[in-house]
Ligand binder design. Structure first.
Ligand SMILES: [Zn+2]
Length: 260
């Protein structure tokens, strides 16, 4: 649920003449919970809906409305760089459905399980860069915690199982679907797995990935970082047209978001 805070209108006094409103001044940033300051290279600002009440048009003897100082932290700007086949290491090989030239390395701030700001990296398809920056900016503002976010070639043979067991959030990995039928959207840089240990994958036979995720099959748990239907963190993706594997009947893939 997105909550828009509505600020109390100051007591309006019937007092024609003293007209202390900001009507003629440029509007300051709307103090909603989702937008405070401008963040470069994102598309989220345009999505922000301002529900700020219109400044009072009746006069007030009070000072001009003092708005609460926004407390939502702003992430540092994301950076975007090209990647080479060498950098992709074991996560890419000739024959993969997209080449390195279509992929980008995006460095992003995220909130960690310690509540502190950390810098992580995702490799995604170039077409999704703006979307990914916007989503992660929103996750940051929501203070949705991500334990770690590093690219999968840091793990031996870029094995997804090892990345998942480590609760590592990642995107690109040239690998087939778990079913073996075709490429995963991760192989196109068009899918992201979020906190995969605590948001596991469960197939129709009850097999789980990663294999150490058993305690997190109980989706009534509310550990920080667990994703549930309707969570603001889920909506950060799905409101932008991404699909969430937690909405699928089978397999259930709570960690998985994809954009075709
Ligand atoms: Zn996935």
């Amino acid at each position: 649920m997105r909550v828009f805070r509505r600020f109390a209108t100051p007591v309006a006094l019937i007092f024609v003449g003293a007209f202390l409103t900001q009507c003629g001044a440029p509007s300051p940033p709307a103090p909603t919970t989702t937008s405070t300051t401008t963040v470069p290279t994102t598309t989220t600002s345009t999505r922000t809906t301002s529900t700020r009440t219109t400044p009072p048009t009746t006069a007030s003897t009070a000072k001009p409305t003092t708005r609460p100082t926004p407390t939502t932290p702003t992430p540092a700007a994301a950076t975007v760089r090209p990647v080479t086949a060498a950098e992709l290491g074991a996560s890419w090989r000739p024959g993969c459905p997209v080449g390195p030239e279509l992929l980008r390395r995006v460095s992003l701030d995220h909130v960690g399980f310690d509540g502190q700001t950390h810098r992580g990296e995702l490799i995604v398809h170039q077409d999704l860069v703006a979307d990914v920056i916007a989503v992660f900016e929103q996750l940051y503002r929501l203070r949705y915690p991500i334990e770690k976010m590093r690219t999968v070639e840091h793990y031996p043979d870029a094995l997804d199982e090892l990345s998942m067991e480590d609760n590592n959030t990642s995107a690109f990995n040239c690998r087939p679907l778990p079913s073996g039928r075709g490429w995963s959207l991760h192989a196109y840089g068009r899918a992201i797995d979020i906190n995969p240990l605590i948001n596991p994958y469960i197939d129709s036979r009850g097999n789980i990935e990663p294999k150490n995720a058993g305690p997190f099959l109980d989706r009534a748990r509310t550990d920080p970082g667990m994703l549930h239907a309707g969570d603001p963190a889920v909506l950060a993706f799905t409101d932008r047209g991404w699909r969430w594997g937690g909405d699928w009947r089978t397999p259930k893939d709570y960690q998985h978001f994809e954009r075709r």
